[in-house]
Design a protein around this ligand. Sequence first.
Ligand code: B12
Ligand code: SF4
Length: 424
Amino acid sequence: MKMHLIYPGWPKLERQTEFHLPPHGPVVFAAEVPEDVEILFTDDNLEDTELDSSADLVALSVMLTCQLPRAFEIADAYKEIGVPVIMGGIAVMLHASEAELHADSIFLGEVEGRFGSVIQDMKNNCLQKKYDFLGDPPDISLVGTARRSILKNDLYNYRGVQMVDLMHASRGCRFNCMPCCVGYLGGKKLRARPLSKIIAEIESIPNNRLFLVDNSLAQDREWLKTLFTAMIPLKRKWISHPIMYDPEILELAARAGCWYVYQAVIDDSDTIRDRIRMLKDHGIGIEGTVLLGLDSHDDNYIKRLVDFLLEEEIDMAEFTILTPFPHTPIRKKLEKQNRILSNNWLEYTCDKVVFQPALLSPDKLQEMYHYAWDTFYQGGGHQLRMGNLFKKVIAKEMDDGTYLRYNPRRRRTFSAQSSTDDKY
Ligand code: B12
Ligand code: SF4
């Protein structure tokens, strides 16, 4: 049996340098596909998706709302040539009733321990319209090592620099931030994977540079201590979402290879200033994630925020516009106030104004988004700042002797010669 697994393309943030990370959802899903199913994988962001009429099943893995229009286009085209389509992933959970119109089957929820029987249904000609496990997550210990062998590694580099490999040590999030849909996806509490599985997965990845895509590394102090302590000997360098602001945890994170953190910057308060300084004190880089268009934001506020980031000399900043995604607290509020201006999912990219801001016109907010990117990156440029962050990781790697040891390009060169070189 042959399955064409596709990660539909999406429009990238205007002003941000375009780079592509290896898809994570598809490789975690692929680990659950029975071995007798041959997988043909296409990352539609980087390759032309060609319809394969010999496929027995098409699986679309859709993470973002703005991936949906392309996912529907591909699903419709495949249905026209008679190949059945199943869709899964975060955006399918958030937009189930729309997805149902384009797919033969939709899968809602996490897939571990559950896809074998879907394939069995397929073989028995009784694929169901909907497999609904939302709110019913499987045992977290079932999450195994992602099947990265389906990826074409050469695609994921930026001008010769290898991108990070993605992995996760936990699911769920106990916080409930207003622009976020993670709570709806079934995860209002932290679910940590067994340590042995996390370490085995990290060890299986030859790339020295990782992105721990866990929702938040600020949820459980004791777990973080155990995790980071176990990671120290692995000598990997990694990026993460926000981390717990606690000197002992940051010290351990740095020793475990924390390279830089996506730090939400919501204002220019002393709390945020202290967090930035704590990260710097531990030699951890910072990419500020800055959400524009909150009800307290006027143009002066946004200008002040950009000045603050420049004053604090953070390494990078990613500006986005508040976007009311389905099943988020902010969407509920804006719907109630009749402030949603567009439901065109192609505009839900976080760089377009799709709601009525409180203190600005939509046009002014759009202008301030451009102002923020242009002002922060003037003189230095996005690519130059990105280069500086890479210089930091190279310095760390040279320091602990891992720079060449885990060079993925070297792994490819020697892979045919010896199994030892294949790993290092
Ligand atoms: C990693 C990540 C990214 C990475 C993705 C990298 C990559 N190449 O994979 C990057 C950094 C690129 C990214 C970008 C963005 N992201 Co993001 N991201 C995430 C994050 C933290 C984790 C996703 C993940 O890997 N989960 C783990 C995997 C294993 O889970 P999964 O995909 O659900 O897969 C499971 C099942 O769904 C199932 N499955 C998956 N596919 C399929 C297919 C089939 C057929 C089946 C049966 C099952 C199945 O199997 C898997 C195992 O159970 C999520 C939050 C979250 N917790 O999900 C936000 C999230 C997806 N991101 C979000 C947002 C808003 C963004 C941005 C738009 C804005 C921003 N700045 O954050 C940008 C994109 C901007 C742009 N225009 O380019 C929102 C989505 C909102 C929406 N409705 O679109 C989320 C939910 C976070 C949030 N706060 O709400 N993101
Ligand atoms: S934004 Fe991050 S910390 Fe907040 S609820 Fe969502 S995943 Fe958790």
